[in-house]
Design a protein. Sequence first.
Length: 320
Amino acid sequence: MVQANPSALLDLPKSDEEIEQALFKAAQQGMNHALPRHSKFSVGAALLTSEGFVFYGGNWERLNPVSIGKSNCAEGSMLSALVSSGVKHDITHIMVIGGSAGDGGLCTPCGTCRENIVSFLDEFGRDDIVIWVAGPEGVRAKFSMQELLPVRTGMTAFPDGKTVTDADEKQAHWKVFEALQTEYLPKAYVPYSNFPVAACVTSVTGKKHYGVTREDAAYGGTSAVRSALCNMVMEEGKEARAATLHIVTHSENTEIVSPSGSDRQALREHCVLPEALKIYMPLQQDVGAFFLNELLPNSFGPSHLDKGKQSDTSAVVVVE
């Protein structure tokens, strides 16, 4: 019987170079098994655990285009393989392969995958891990998880220099936060998390669009940020672009509530430039202020799909 996953059990310790080579081969397997039915963009991902287990996965997209948004990233397939195995979930290294040879793009994990990976790191108290990003020809870049997802919900302080200091500007932002907390936050439907969130997206036209969290029993639902973005698109059309975001939870909260990884990816889709969209969040008496590219650095976007699409056969690579 062929055991498809895990693809290998490494005899640790190994050098970073040896780990990189092993994960590259495993991620190639995931890329070969990918099913990018609509995007034609194959991605493979592989991880190494502290016990030496290697797991891989490929992205797949639903056949029905009506529900394409519920497809799975390569990193999600990889993490599912890890969980299904029953081994310890302590991840130490990750490799992601995507795009076409020579396209020059970086197929970094999307916002959702970054946050999913972090949840596994938090489980074992890991602050950081190595993530290699590759094309079919080899590794193109190396990141830490801290670099890819630097500000997260649950932090108790903003980084130095990332708060609003002007008194008048600060007061203006607090008026938006207070309106969200009094008028919109009570409308959130959160029977499972009991963690309401409200958001205000202001478009480049200056029009404000509001949203709240909505959950369902399948532990899905819609975030406040995505609700606000949907309202922006409905009211202003598909070419509408976000300029700023304000996001809040209940006033007693003593931790940062930032847009989730998937929210950041959605904002990436509906902004003029990631370095132009400003995001504001309260923490006690402070107002944190970040550009989207600071919260989702080296992000994957529409231009990567255009440059990195593969033909039906070009994504297939030989694993020796």
